[in-house]
Design a protein around this ligand. Sequence first.
Ligand code: PEP
Length: 251
Amino acid sequence: MRRPVIAGNWKLFKTIGEATTLVNDLKVRTAGITGVDIIVAPVFTALSSVATATVGSNIRLAAQNCFWEESGAYTGEVSASLLKDAGCSHVIIGHSERRQYFAETDATVNRKIHAASAAGLTVIACVGETLTEREAEQTFVVIETQLQGALAGLRSDAVAGLIIAYEPVWAIGTGKSASEAQAQEVHAFIRSLLERLFGLPVATAVRILYGGSVKPETISGLMSQPDIDGALVGGASLSAESFAAIAGYSA
Ligand code: PEP
């Protein structure tokens, strides 16, 4: 059985004080939730404070990005080992907003995944098609290209520990979620691709999250699908009430 994951991407929101208040509220609301990995991804500047606030709780910490080099003359970048140092256990890599606004490519995503895995972080690797690509019936081609690029050169045991987030770009921040059937269809495709590339045990182990306008009202239906192992949540993770309701979907 794959352990479900509910991860909150706080994007470019929340001061250190606001992030700490939010996670303290979340701690109380999610204290009784067992059997689910609950992860929050604040901005870099709040990581350390949120890490301190989560000590002793069941909430884990993710960064929203990392650089592939360990250290050096790379002004403005943050390495995977520094994220570990700040208290992160996870890192989101290849989010569509980074691909869209910061020239992230499958090749840079791949380098980052290698670096993060080597540093001992659990990677949440994001893939997803745009509306134009879906309407042109290119969804599977796009997902296959992104995944093959992202996972190139990784050993099977590293892939088995990954979390993959399927996030259709047209569903992110739009209020327009993929239907359960649309999401399941792509998740099943991703799992079959993983089997083809890395074998059945790896494909069975990898957790695949859905992301795109997930709300407390939609999470149970999504989680009832056989290949949906959790959610990457943006907007609804910015409130402790709605994120805790999503994390507690099975209660
Ligand atoms: C995201 O940022 O990864 C996301 C899925 O956002 P939202 O839930 O707001 O669509």
